[in-house]
Write a protein that binds this ligand. Sequence first.
Ligand code: C2E
Ligand code: MG
Ligand code: MG
Length: 622
Amino acid sequence: MTSLSPPDPALESKGNILVVDDTLANLRLLESLLTGQGYKVRKVLSGPMALTAVQTAAPDLILLDINMPQMSGYQVCERLKADPTTQGIPVIFISALDDTFNKVKAFAVGGVDYIPKPFQFEEVLARVENQLNIRRMQQKLQELNAQLEQRVEQRTAQLQLANHALQREIEERKRIQEQLLHRVLHDSLTDLPNRTQLMKRLEDNLSRAKQNREYEFAVLFIDCDRFKVINDSLGHSAGDQLLIAVARRMQDCLQGSLGLLARLGGDEFVMLLEHIRDVEQAKQYAEQIHQQLQKPFTLAQQDVFLNASVGIVLGEGYEQAEHLLRDADTAMYQAKSSGKGRYQVFESVMYTQAINRLQLETDLRHALERQEFFLVYQPLVQLMSGEMVGFEALIRWEHPQQGRLSPAKFIPAAEETGLIVPIGEWVLRAACQQLHRWQQHYPRSRPLTMNVNLSARQFAQAELMGRIDQILQETGVISSHLKVEITESTMMDNAESATTTLSQLRARQIELCIDDFGTGYSSLSYLHRFPVQTLKIDRSFVSQVGVNAENIGIVRAIIALADNLGIQVVAEGIETAAQLSQLKVLGCQYGQGYFFSPPLDQEAAERIIGLGSDWRLQPQVS
Ligand code: C2E
Ligand code: MG
Ligand code: MG
């Protein structure tokens, strides 16, 4: 027997070992050997006892004798290996049967090692330690495996979560992308296709038409009439509702047809008609749109009427979608200026007109700084006495190429471009300067007055009053000597701001004249509401006086109405003595017209003022 080194305290309780042997001496020997080395040892004398001991507390290792009565070591081992709770415990067989057959059998039943008797202590210890190490490593390995499995499970779960999140993200992105694409191609208010989508479709149609000469399509440019007035009076959200309703009705016109309805922005829409026969069919669509819009819209519990002007262009002979739209727009513009609620088919001469108009607008922008405007003055006469009471200032434009232009030629363009605001201010200032000079040079017992026309755009201007005050102060004109003329539609289209502006005018004793009275708004109720001092009966009625009895009736009614309301009346465009005498009979107080004098330049006007300005003595001035 070899001497063994004392047990290392650090190795204490190195493992629990069950020793099974039917020879007590062997048991004792092994026990003392193993406990001496720091192992905990239990010992049993038979196979059945061994099985019970293992069930009670599983050892880390079993040293098992083969030859035992009752139950052989092989049988014990087989039983242990058959039970999942014990099969992991390493079994080292101990036996004197030292031949190959037994060793093989020992491994076959599940043993891990084999120690022959008589024992070599060091061998026993080495084999025991070896097996325990293997067992520990196996356990460690199992633990690691379990941990690894757990980690794999956790990672898998995390990955699955991440995967789901990713999937959701992908779906969300797809949805956003679709939304974006929709937004890029649609108008946000009406959800109709927008300009981008329209242009693409127009281009598709142009290339189809190029490939197939038979193919026809048309573009309808649709612009709502007076939409701004509704928007301004009922508010923008009502305006939006109206646009949505208008879009829906127009869309109905397209039902069952090929094409699309797009909104370009504001109150402008475009209807593209694909596969049409001819221009007649396009016109039918325009008529249908007008029919659809004829029924009133109910907005804020109010019936609102709206119409639209439509420009039509056929797709033939065009290369660019832009040009198609441009010409449809030009035709629409033409339709609008020939009266609202109409349609117009594009003709190439309109293009020239549009170019001319553009040129006019450009020239107009320079006209003020180049001092091309000047004023003429038409006398206003008190009909009974023949006394000249004042002038109406009327603008003229000395165009560098086209010569003298009347306001009808350029005021609409000035109005549309907004240039009327600075131009109107210039008129007001020039007229007041002139009036003041005349009042200084030709003092009269009844001071001369000056009428100035205000356009709709000017009238709607918030700074109007400030400008008037400034000009009156600059020029030294007394406010009650200035009169402003606006048309009925100007007043009604700006009904909201009109109330304030009119009371501000009244506060300054600036008289308000309704110009071209009788041609515009059909309701007279506003005459009660607004502080109007003068009605100017439109020339179209005056020119019929003495010719048409019905028109005398109208003029008589206007004069009677004005009389009742304490409003003065001026007859515009008196051209003949017969008209003058009739108007006098009807009780009309004032007049102006070629019978007295056409609008005059400064010197000519001064001659008349100098002459005493009196038509009692000289009924006609040449
Ligand atoms: P209105 O204010 O009604 O001016 C009267 C127009 O009738 C003037 O035309 C005048 O020349 C014309 N007229 C006067 N008497 C007779 C007549 O007996 N027979 C005929 N056939 N015509 C007569 P005008 O100067 O061409 O002005 C046309 C319109 O342009 C004006 O109509 C006015 O609405 C506008 N306008 C003129 N000057 C200005 C201005 O400074 N500012 C603005 N906003 N509009 C202006
Ligand atoms: Mg006028
Ligand atoms: Mg007039």
